[in-house]
Design a protein around this ligand. Structure first.
Ligand code: HAM
Length: 420
């Protein structure tokens, strides 16, 4: 074989695509119901947007971006996430002049140069929402309710919502000092990356993937305990509203998320049986991101869910994707010169919304029946010389093997009644 898909990327084949269509439909429907409008942004942006937005000291920007110089020597990056892109579009098109809050959703590929494994890819797909222009804790809760609703509609009931508050720059600078003090005596035991993080962005130490560092920060003081009054009130209100909607959550004071823009609420939806790739989705509030990207101070909150991980999770349930497949009709040609009749029948069926196909390889009737059986057709319509003479079609239901003759002029409504 000459070529293979690049490591960490996947083809979605026709036999798998219905699960994608199904999830995409749920996304469109739910976002319409919650009042989020679709936004489609480019797959690449100026590198600087992500460096600024996501944060220089994050793993995403430091280690995982697909960056390249274009022919004009400008540094571009395949989007590793979409929040920064939506903020850029919000500012570029002055959408802040519209009635607020502005609520967007997106779905599409993201790119991160990470070590591929089950549930972690270099090109993966996210469904996300972003809402700008309101600092109300009720909007945080709407985003969480939307996630919960999305997972429920897909039959994923065992997810664990973990939630924390990462405060604002004010609480964080107070907490950074406490954390640095805690780490100082143990600094030589931390990994090289964390020693750099200690100097530039100590909070990122809490997000270190190495087991050793995770163990070292296990007993570190929690950020949520150093919140200022405003952040603390916001967090309490979010939890109160979650309780009001009966949305179950678990406080996780260690949750900091891998992106720098978060303020106040931060959350993840976890499927513990997936281990280190157990985060199906995550998000939070980012009240300073719009300003960081050059706009006026504008609060924001959002989330993104990994579609591949959702599919893996659904596959572990008894959800029957095959049942989503539309029933298909196969037109079998029994005898010479049936091609015209076959094409006309196909035209008739398709014009009436019936998925149908026929033989294009000149197979024998037996061969056509075998093919129809193997390919999952529900009914075969047999066109032969005898049938043509009598103005009928022989209809065979593949599952039961039962056959009957139906008048050619009645075939379309009769078939529709059986399959739609
Ligand atoms: P994130 O936690 O980096 O957040 O990614 C969100 C989700 O994308 C993860 O929970 C996971 O399901 C999926 N994901 C991330 N990386 C990979 C990968 N390499 N392979 C497969 N799936 C992956 C964000 O991206 C933020 N932009 C979310 C957000 C929106 N926050 C506020 N608004």
């Amino acid at each position: 074989m000459l070529f293979k898909a690049p490591r960490g990327t996947h083809d979605v084949l026709p036999s798998e695509v219905e699960r994608w269509h199904y999830i995409e439909e749920v996304i469109r429907k739910i976002c319409q119901e919650y009042g989020y409008g679709e936004i489609r942004t480019p797959l690449f942006e100026q590198t600087e947007l992500f460096a600024r937005g996501v944060g220089e000291s994050t793993d995403i920007v430091g280690k995982e971006m697909y960056s390249f110089k274009d022919r004009g020597q400008r540094s571009m990056t395949l989007r590793p996430e979409c929040t920064a892109s939506v903020v850029r579009a919000f500012l570029e098109h002055k959408l802040f002049n519209d009635a607020q809050p502005s609520k967007f959703y997106y779905q599409g590929p993201m790119f991160r140069y990470d070590r591929p494994q089950a549930g972690r890819y270099r090109q993966f797909h996210q469904f996300g929402v972003e809402a700008f222009g309101s600092g109300s804790p009720a909007l945080d809760v709407e985003v969480l309710a939307l996630c919960d609703d999305f997972f429920t509609r897909l039959g994923l009931h065992d997810l664990r919502l973990e939630i924390n508050s990462v405060g604002c720059p004010l609480c964080r600078s107070a907490y950074s000092k406490i954390l640095m003090e805690y780490c100082r005596d143990r600094l030589s035991e931390f990994c090289t990356d964390c020693r750099v993080r200690y100097e530039h962005n100590p909070l990122r130490i809490l997000d270190c993937k190495s087991e050793k560092c995770a163990g070292l920060v296990e007993a570190a003081p929690f950020l949520a305990k150093s919140l200022c009054d405003e952040c603390s009130e916001h967090f309490d209100r979010v939890l109160e509203l979650l309780n009001c909607l009966d949305l179950k959550f678990h406080l996780n004071y260690k949750l900091v998320r891998g992106l720098d823009y978060y303020t106040k609420t931060a959350f993840e939806f976890m499927l513990p049986e997936f281990g280190s790739q157990g985060s199906l989705g995550g998000g939070g509030r980012y009240d300073n991101l719009v300003e960081t990207c050059g706009g006026a101070p504008t609060p924001g909150v959002g989330m993104a869910i990994g579609i591949e991980r959702v599919i893996l999770a659904i596959e572990k349930t008894d959800f029957d994707f095959a049942a989503l497949r539309p029933k298909k009709i196969y037109v079998a040609l029994a005898g010479k010169d049936m091609i015209k009749e076959g094409l006309l029948l196909l035209q008739d069926l398709r014009e009436n919304g019936v998925s149908s196909d026929m033989d294009f390889l000149g197979r024998s009737l037996k061969g056509q029946m075998r093919f129809a059986d193997r390919s999952g057709f529900s009914f075969v319509l047999i066109l032969g010389e005898q049938e043509l003479k009598e103005g009928v079609v022989t209809v065979r239901e593949m599952k039961s093997g039962q056959q009957e003759e139906i008048l050619r002029r009645e075939i379309v409504p009769q078939i529709k009644a059986r399959i739609l």
